[in-house]
Design a protein. Structure first.
Lengths: 165, 55
């Protein structure tokens, strides 16, 4: 399957789904066909969005320590790496009062995991001051293809901030 | 997610799981011929191809 990771498939509606009895019970199997061939293994997932959050929860060592705050608008911006390097740039804004003020300076991240429910980014490299981007990560949770919420990870402090829709 | 969410949508290859069953296990489990599937829910799955070696 590796060579097909970048390819696109679609359920072939001209082939009727097949119902079969497996050891795990009855399963209906739909068949998918190749519809988009892209043999470029290095193709990067395109991410370019701003997620507007109404409030957030803060977790330290896995325990919620604050939030929700009764309204604390923030924006999570993910775009292609503004440095021209591999991956993405993640920036957080405080949008309280209708103005966007940078709350977390841009962090360079790359894709480390993707499945049907979430996209995981992790920082890499260092900024101009020598601080490691690897202390940061972002998990983007999806629901039916839409962004459900984002969680900013600060690995060095074991802090997660969950940005709610 | 139900199967309806997957219809008429392009599914990236990286979303599929490679089960890597050998032919004997496939036959034993009566799984579809394909070894590459995406499990939608307990009762539904999407398979790529109909050849045990594909894709």
């Amino acid at each position: 399957m590796d060579k097909n990771k970048a390819n696109g498939f679609m359920i072939d509606l001209s082939t009727p789904p097949k119902t079969m009895l497996t050891m795990q019970g009855q399963k209906t199997v739909y068949y998918a066909k190749l519809v988009e061939s892209n043999q470029d293994e290095d193709e990067e997932l395109e991410l370019d969005f701003v997620f507007h959050s109404s409030d957030h929860l803060r977790y330290e060592n896995g325990r919620r320590v604050s939030g929700p705050h009764g309204g604390a608008p923030r924006a999570v911006k993910v775009e292609a790496n503004i440095s021209g390097n591999e991956g993405y740039t993640v920036t957080m804004f405080n949008t309280d009062g209708g103005q966007a003020v940078i709350q977390m300076a841009p962090k360079q991240m790359k894709l480390v995991g993707i499945d049907n429910e979430k996209i995981q980014l992790k920082g890499y490299g260092r900024d101009a001051m020598g601080a490691s981007f690897a202390d940061y990560g972002l998990t983007i949770y999806l629901d039916d293809g839409n962004i459900e919420k984002c969680i900013l990870h600060m690995f060095d402090r074991n802090v997660d901030i969950e940005y709610l829709p | 997610m139900s199967i309806q969410n997957w219809k008429n949508k392009i599914i990236k290859g990286r979303q599929f799981d490679a089960f890597n069953y050998d032919q004997e296990s496939l036959n034993h489990k009566v799984y579809p011929y394909a070894m590459v599937c995406l499990v939608v829910d307990d009762n539904t799955m999407i398979a790529v191809g109909s050849d045990p070696l594909s894709p």
